[in-house]
Design a protein. Structure first.
Lengths: 204, 204
DNA sequence: GATAAAATGGATTGCGCAATCCAAACTAGC
DNA sequence: GCTAGTTTGGATTGCGCAATCCATTTTATC
C-alpha cells in the first residue's frame, strides 16, 4: 500500500482516515460494477454517505479517486493471492478451483477488478495505466515466487523458465476471466487454467 | 456481417450505404483508440465528415452506433483470422508471430478491438455484451476449425479435446493482449502464446 | 479552554455532450 | 419532369455530472 496521493490534507485524523477509506471502498465497489466512466461522483458520495465537499477534501478530482481505487484493488488482489501456495501442483489446483468457484458464486459478473480497470484506462489515462501495470507486476511477482520455488525444488523441469510460466499463467487467467465475464460462463476460464495446469504437469 | 439494426431507413441508397459505412469506420477507429465512453458523437461526426442529423439518420442513438461498430470489428477480426491455417504447428507459429509483430508495429496500443469493447460494455450494456459474445463465438469457431482438423489428422493426441484447446488459446491470446497493452511490452503476449504452443507441441 | 487545522454540509455553477428540430437539397422510379 | 422518399445542414435544447464555494462543526495541540 503506497501512501502518498491526495495533495491537500497532509495530516489525516483517525476519523479522516476512516472517511477516506469509506469513500475508496464505495468507489471501488461501484467502479467494479459499472466501470469508471459510468460511475458518477454523486453515486460514490451517496454510497459512502458523505457530502460532496468531503469527497473533494480527500481527493483532488475524479482521476485522483480512481488512482486510490487502483491502489486499493491491487492490495486486495495481491493480498488474496498470497494466501495460496503455488509451489506445488496440488496448490495450483487448489488456486484454480478457488478462482473458478469465485466466478460461479458471483455469476461471472465483473471480471478481474484490475484487468477491467486497466482495459478502460489504458489509452486515456497514462498515469492510471502505469499504476495498473505496477499492480500486475506485484501480482506476477507473487505467482513467480511460487513457481520459482517449485523450480528450485526440482518439481519443474530444469529447462522450464518459471518466470515466463508465471507471466503465461497470469495471462491465461486474465483472458479466461474476460471471456467468462462476457459469456457469463466459466467454461473459458476453466479451459484456460486447465491448459496451463496440464502444461505445468507435463513439465514436472 | 449481420445486416439489420438501424431502425428508420429501410432502403439505403448506394450513397447512403457509403455514408453509413464511413460513420461506422470513423467510430470504430475512435472507439478503438479511446473507448466508447470517451468517444463523443461530435468526434465521430467530424472524423466521418458528416452532419449531426446524418448520424442520427442512420443510427437511433449512440448505443446503436456502438452495436454497428461491434459488428464491424467482429467481421474484421474473424476475416483476418481466417487467412491463417491453424491445422499445423507450423501454421500456428506463423499466426503467433504475426500477432506479436502486429502488436510491436502498433506500439502495443489498443489491445484487442473486441476484447476492449467487451470489457467496457460487459456490465452496462447487455445487448452489447451479447453481441461481443457472439463475435467471440465466431472467432472461437474459426480457431476450433483448425485444431479439429489437426486432431482429425492425428497431429494432436487422441486424448486431447480440440474444442477446449481452442478456447484456451483464445483466452491466452486475450490475456496476453491485455497485459501487453497495459505494460506496453509484448513479453506477456509472447509468454502466453508460447506456453500454449509448447502445450500443443507436447500433445502432438 | 483557546486557537489553528481538519472535517463536514449542502447549495450552486458551468460545461460537455447526446439528442432534437426544421428546414433544404438531392435521388429514385414512373 | 413530377413526386415521394432519402440524404444532408446546422442551429438549438436540455440534462447529467464534475467541480467550486462559503459556511459551520469537530478534533488536535499547548
Amino acid at each position: 500500500m503506497s501512501t502518498s496521493a491526495a495533495s491537500s490534507p497532509r495530516r489525516l485524523t483517525r476519523k479522516g482516515q476512516e472517511t477516506r477509506q469509506r469513500i475508496v471502498g464505495a468507489a471501488a465497489d461501484l467502479i467494479f460494477e459499472q466501470g469508471v466512466a459510468r460511475t458518477t461522483i454523486e453515486e460514490v458520495r451517496a454510497a459512502a454517505g458523505v457530502s460532496s465537499s468531503q469527497l473533494y477534501h480527500y481527493f483532488d478530482d475524479k482521476p485522483a479517486l480512481v488512482r486510490a481505487v487502483i491502489e486499493h484493488q491491487s492490495d486486495v488482489i495481491v493480498g488474496g493471492q498470497e494466501t495460496f501456495d503455488l509451489s506445488t501442483l496440488e496448490g495450483i489446483r487448489t488456486w484454480r478451483d478457488w478462482v473458478v468457484q469465485h466466478q460461479r458464486e458471483t455469476s461471472c459478473v465483473g471480471g478481474c477488478p484490475i484487468g477491467s480497470l486497466g482495459s478502460e484506462l489504458a489509452e486515456t489515462d497514462s498515469q492510471g495505466r502505469d499504476q495498473v501495470a505496477a499492480g500486475f507486476k506485484r501480482w506476477e511477482a507473487s505467482i513467480r515466487r511460487g513457481l520459482r520455488e517449485m523450480h528450485a525444488q526440482g518439481r519443474l523441469s530444469s529447462e522450464t523458465d518459471p518466470d515466463a510460466l508465471a507471466l503465461a499463467l497470469l495471462a491465461a487467467l486474465q483472458g479466461g476471466l474476460l471471456l467468462t465475464q462476457i459469456e457469463r460462463d466459466t467454461t473459458a476460464l476453466e479451459a484456460a487454467l486447465d491448459a496451463m495446469l496440464d502444461l505445468i504437469a507435463r513439465r514436472s
